[in-house]
Write a protein that binds this ligand. Sequence first.
Ligand code: UDP
Length: 483
Amino acid sequence: MPSQNIASASPHVLIFPLPLQGAVNSMLKLAELLCISEINITFLVTEHIYSRLIRHTNVMSRYPGFVLRSISDGLPDGHERSGARYMEMFDSMKYNSKALLKELLTCGELEQGGRGPVTCVIADGLMSFVFDVAKEINISMFSMRTLSPSSLSIFFSMPQMIQSGELPFTGDDLDTPIKSVPGMENFLRRRDLPSFCRSNTLSNPSIQLFKNESQENARTQGLILNAFDDLEGPVLDHIHASCPNIYTIGPLHAHLKKKLAGTSYYRTASSNSLRKEDRSCMSWLDSQAYKSVIYVSFGSIATVTRDQLMEFWYGLVKSGCKFLWVIRPDSISGDGEIPAEVLEGTKERGYIVGWAPQEEVLAHNAVGGFLTHSGWNSTLESVIEGVPMICWPYFMDQQVNSRFVSEVWKLGLDMKDTCDRVIVERMVKELMIERKDEFTKSADRMAMLAKKSLSEGGSSCSNLERLVKDIKATAGVVHKEQQ
Ligand code: UDP
């Protein structure tokens, strides 16, 4: 029977994601999984994220042990916090949020309601200032990376790439092979590295950030990844060399769904969305034939120019396939309106929404393909539903994810660095018609492996059990030290 004593002796984890939709998504899912395992959670986000999340999520009302808190990122209200100005947020948080976080963790405020002190911190591995604070106040820390393990492996290899002269690039041949990332020697090219590597100077702030912060992950007690072993085996072996204790517990969204199914929390689906979903596309999908629709979405950050949008649109229409297309109101750079001809000309074959319930869309049996920007969440959401992909990566890990989708996992086609209506049309036909059986077969096989990892005794399921045990042990450590 829970008593005040037991409650205050229970583990209390502070989770702090990067202020981005994809990162908030997966860390909120981790938070839910830990809540189900009776661990108290303080989910800390920047005030900017808080104001958007609070409008759409229902997670606070689902778990008694869950508390949502916010902290300033130190930037003024009107700051864009996106695109080219995104990097300013890292600097600002490092210098402004660090002191605020220390104050929050030590002032006793988080202990209200008999929750006891925070016994452990889980933060995005790109925010090493959180680990500095955890070390200063002597609590356990775990890092989580919400990007793909393959990109992480690249970040860990950056010192070797610099040493061998592969970074920075000289000349402009993007097909030059990259040989310094273990296990990827046979297929990695310059164009598959994160796009910030295309800079011709090592002083590029992103190169510095990802190279330096990634080395910090080794300081933590363990590294949590949204991945499963059968998908990323050889890459994980390489990461092990830097971080010996890895918890691969993904695909997180499906893992959560599976765990919720047997609990009293399974009343309504939770939403982690920072935007309002337009669910009308679900009834449109209901009226479409089996696997006949290609779903098109470039995630929460990527933008397209008006010209690129028109290339996609002509390519989609000319392919003859049905399409469901997410065009976020803020996704067209420059002149921000969806052109009238696109809206009008789409009526016959397509459906456009500003934001879709993507997990449900990908699980719908009318969806037979996904034209994606290869964000890691989107990739995993597609993998577990067995939906083949056409990849049009925008930045960060997306460039290498798309290479893995096409060359390693054989789950689709890579369209990176082009945006041409003829290529769009050709690839949509290839994916949806000409090579449909081949891609569906490999996508079904990978989906089966993903599901196996989540079943009793599967790798992700066992790793989550181990993580919960290790987190619970942190409460014991704190309380022993306090006695
Ligand atoms: N997403 C969604 N509705 C949309 C588009 C995207 O719910 O219309 C979700 C998607 O399911 C995924 C996240 O937004 O979980 C995007 O994350 P991802 O890592 O794929 O890309 P990012 O937005 O970080 O570039």
